[in-house]
Structure formats: C-alpha cells, structure tokens
Design a protein around this ligand. Structure first.
Ligand code: NAP
Ligand code: ZN
Length: 350
C-alpha cells in the first residue's frame, strides 16, 4: 500500500514529501503504524551520502515506535494494537555464527538495514521510519512496555540506546568501573544514563561548556570539558573504559592517555573522514586497546528496552514536525540538540 514519507532524491537535495509503497504483510510480517521516529546522526550521514553507497530515493529513520495495525497469519508474538519498535535492522541471514549467537548486527552474509539496504520491495532498497507505516518480519520487531506517555522518548532507545548499551555490557560497565562517555549528543546522553544505571562511575566528556550542568543531570558523576587540557590531565590513567560517540574525526590520543593499563577506548561514532592515526606509544605503554562496536542484536535490544522500562529510562527529546527535518539536521551539525529530535509521525499527514 502507498504510505506518505519524507526522503531525499539525491545527496545535495533537501528532504521532501514522497509517497512510498509498503508490501502487503506476508505470513511472518508485522505491519506497524508509526507514531514516532527518532533522528539519528547516521540519518544525516547517509541521506547526504557522507558514507559511500547511499541509494536514492533515501528515506531515513531507524528509531521507530508505533502500533501494530495488521499481522501475517503465521505471526504469534504480536497482534493488532500492540506497541512495538523497530531499530536499525529488519532482516539477517538467520543461520551464520553471528546470527546463531543473537548478534545479527554482525551477520556474516550482511543484514538488511532498516533503510538503504537492497530489498525485493520497491524501489529495490529498504526505506526507513520517516514514514507513516512500515512492514517488518516479526523477528526484528521489539516489544515496548514503556507507558503511552513515554513512547516518543522511548523511540531513541532503538538506536542510541542499544548502540551504547551493547558495548557497555560487552566491556562490563558496572560497579567499581570508571567509564567515560565522549560526546553528549543522542548516543552520548543515553550512554551516560545507561552506564550510570548499570552502576558504573560515569564521566561525561563534552566540547560544549554549556552542557556541563546537563551532563550531571543526565547522571554523570563528573564532567570534563575536553578542550581544557588541565581538566583532562586530572584524570590521567584512571579509566577502565571510554565510549566515543563523536560523529566527527578527532584526535584519539588524549583519551588513550586517560585509560588505565588494559583499558579500552571503544568507537561507535562513525565520522565521514577517518580519525588521525593514534600514536603507537599511547597503546603499547599500558597494553591499551582501541575497539569498535555497532548497534546491537535483537535479543539484547529487547533486554535493553525491558531494563529501561523497569528503570524509567527514556531519552531527553525535542519533538519536531517532519516539515522541520532540515532545520533539525542543521542544529544536529552544530551539536545543538538536547538530546534527540523525535519526529511526530502524525505530521506526515499534513
Ligand atoms: P549527535 O547527536 O550529533 O551527537 C554527537 C556529539 O558529538 C555532539 O553532540 C557533540 O557533543 C560531539 N561532537 C560533535 N562534533 C564534534 C567534534 N568535531 N569534536 C568533538 N566532539 C564533537 O550524533 P549521534 O546521533 O549521537 O551519533 C553520533 C555518531 O555515532 C554519528 O557518527 C553516528 O553516525 C554514529 N552512530 C553509530 C552507530 C553504530 O552502530 N556504531 C549507531 C548510531 C550512530 P558535545 O557537544 O558534548 O561535544
Ligand atoms: Zn542510529
């Protein structure tokens, strides 16, 4: 069926209204009427083709929350009316070693992302959540148990939440660990909330003096304005783990200096241009590691959503009508977002 969406026809074109076609639900499909969709910096990177290989028209959006409006005959886990979410993936091979471990984000034959992945559906690639409706295999549909009033603020958990949760769990953030979160944007502000809820001692790193107070309110035990070398030096060799969410290339060496022996700096930010090469001595003197991580598997996404519902954790959001998406992108580029834009999908009908 035809559904209203917003997308771009080329890297240098503004997002505009467009009609897209969703498949009729197959036996294992869930049809979702979208209520809210978060705006991730990855949407901006991709719609502007800052990463290679964007397929046009490009309809971004992978922080989707909505209500089930129809299900295929073989669907058992969901029924019409259920509140559900869809994150960054809508399919994977389901039989490689990574999928078998519930790590579909590392599917060895390549998973199908919610937008910009090849698809048998029109127009030949997937189209994301800046739209009124989406149809997704039930295996990639998440259950949302937050209250109805929290649904807009729960949407960013589907990417910003899981992308920070997964590495925090993998590197065992928790009591007795000193954890740094670099970049207090969409991902970073969730990283602060989640690491604190896991029981870690959390330090927020920001380039924005104006976010110092906010970062404490988000749950950071301490805040460092990373442009101030003196503040950085006070924390030398003290961190177990640092999660870097910055979406622009920058010098990693100052963060390596802050790690303890055997500490890890994990990159989740995905800048258009590579970071300058780190100095070797910062790594070998202290057996330190630079690692990376991408989103999270379906089972751990459900675990994160349930944890957040139980602990009352949601994103701090600013709701926008879809017509303001270009303005939202401009503000995101200036690090002027507190801390995630969320599209009110009802405005697509306007
Ligand atoms: P965002 O809301 O724009 O936040 C990024 C934050 O980084 C900014 O708010 C700012 O925080 C800081 N920053 C920006 N430019 C900087 C610069 N030049 N130097 C230092 N700090 C800077 O973006 P987001 O949605 O959180 O996404 C962040 C990155 O993660 C993007 O590259 C995105 O594509 C990527 N991402 C990766 C995955 C994955 O699976 N690995 C998933 C989702 C997103 P301060 O003002 O506090 O400095
Ligand atoms: Zn994202």
């Amino acid at each position: 069926m035809v559904t209203k969406a917003y997308g771009a026809q080329a890297a240098d074109k503004r997002l505009e209204p467009m009609d897209v076609v969703r498949r009729e639900p197959g036996p294992r499909d869930v049809q979702i009427d979208i209520l809210y969709c978060g705006v991730c910096h990855s949407d901006l990177h991709q719609v502007r083709s800052e990463w290679a290989g964007t397929l046009y028209p490009c309809v971004p959006g992978h922080e989707i929350v909505g209500h089930v409006s129809a299900v295929g005959r073989a669907v058992t886990a969901f029924k019409a009316g259920d509140t559900v979410g869809v994150g960054c993936m809508v399919d994977s091979c389901q039989h490689c070693a990574s999928c078998a471990e519930g790590l579909e984000q590392y599917c060895e034959t390549g998973n199908t992302l919610t937008y910009n992945s090849p698809s048998p559906d029109a127009p030949g690639h997937t189209l994301g959540g800046y739209s009124q409706r989406i149809v997704v295999d039930e295996k990639f549909v998440l259950r949302i148990t937050h209250s109805e009033a929290q649904l807009a603020a729960a949407a960013p958990l589907l990417c910003a939440g899981i992308t920070t949760w997964s590495p925090l769990r993998h590197w065992e953030a928790g009591p007795g660990k000193k954890v740094g979160i670099v970049g207090i944007g969409g991902l970073g502000h969730m990283g602060v909330k989640l690491a604190r809820a896991m029981g870690a001692h959390v330090v927020a790193f920001t380039t924005s003096e104006s976010k110092r107070r906010d970062a404490l309110d988000l749950g950071a035990n301490d805040v460092i304005v990373s442009r101030n070398a003196n503040e950085m030096a006070e924390h030398a060799a003290s961190f177990d783990f640092i999660l870097d969410t910055v979406g622009a290339s920058h010098d990693l060496d100052p963060y390596l200096d802050l790690l303890k022996r055997d500490g890890t700096l994990c990159l989740v930010g995905a800048p258009e241009h590579p970071h300058p090469s780190p100095g070797v001595f910062g790594l070998i003197m202290g057996r330190k590691a630079i690692a990376g991580s991408t989103i999270g598997g379906i089972a751990e996404t459900q675990e994160m959503l349930d944890f957040c519902a139980q602990h009352g954790i949601v994103a701090d959001v600013e709701m926008i009508p879809i017509q303001k998406i270009e303005e939202a992108y401009e503000r995101m580029q200036r690090s002027d977002v507190r801390y995630r834009f969320v599209i009110d999908s009802a405005t697509l009908a306007a």
